[in-house]
Design a protein around this ligand. Sequence first.
Ligand SMILES: [Zn+2]
Length: 321
Amino acid sequence: MLSLMPFFAMLMVFHLAWGVPAAQRTGRQAKLDKLRREYRGIYWDTAADPNECTDEQFDILAEAVRVAVNEVTPLAANHKRRLESSAFNRFFIRPEEPGIDRKWIMNNYPEFEFLEIMGAMDSILMFPKIGKKDRNGEYGRRRQIKYKCKPWTSHPCVGKTAAKTSAPYIDPEEGWSTVFCPTFFEQYKHIKELGNGQRRSPSALPLLNAYEHVIIHEWMHANIASGRYNSSHITDVQGNLPGERGPVAIYGATRSHQFAWVKARNVYPTSVNPRVAVNADNYAWYFTNEWFAQRWNWKDDGRNLALDAGEIEDLDQIRLQ
Ligand SMILES: [Zn+2]
């Protein structure tokens, strides 16, 4: 019987190569079955429908989730390493950072927001893979995040929006639901593809737009994934930054870094910024920074994020909602 295997394999290849619809459907179904088993926190059925996501879009989502779950978020698994990292320092300020008068942990008593940050990261490390069972022990739709490629009334793709997550209270029919907009598929790349390119310094972070970054950003918004049931929802914060007139959206690596350090520079007493605990992009950039720091062996301390000369971050063009 073993000798027949290559023959069957060849048949499969022919079917796929010739684009026979039946084979295509079988391929999608096999992928869907695998994704359902491996990532129980995500409701994949909608994205697996050819009328919703193209083959390419479906594959991009599946691969980005796989890499985010298995290769990006695990970099934060060790708490000691997480808190000592330059990535944490850049986007949250590490607990031991010198020169900060009001730290996350004072006299062994951690700030509430610090515990929230740690809890949300721990939750993201577990949820996509393990999911959450309901009372009957089922991984029901209500406790999953639905993935879509077409805009919907409750989560439209306006302007250059890359992705948008809506909550069950906004649209009970859709529950937790994320739409990935054309901008996502057009303007982003797999983190590994970016990492295989020319080695960059931390100052290039704002330009490293990875699918996995968007995936993680949107997980932070979904209370079911970030573990924020009864506490503050993780949102896209509007904040005041030096040199800006009035509050701005805290998106992008530059603004997320500035926001974390806004009370730690040029003020007295210097302090961490508790509001980073509820800003999605601070989390997403922390994880993205960890991955590239590993990939390119960065040794900086995370205190700076000056843009490379001539490079402009297109902050208001690409939005993650
Ligand atoms: Zn957002």
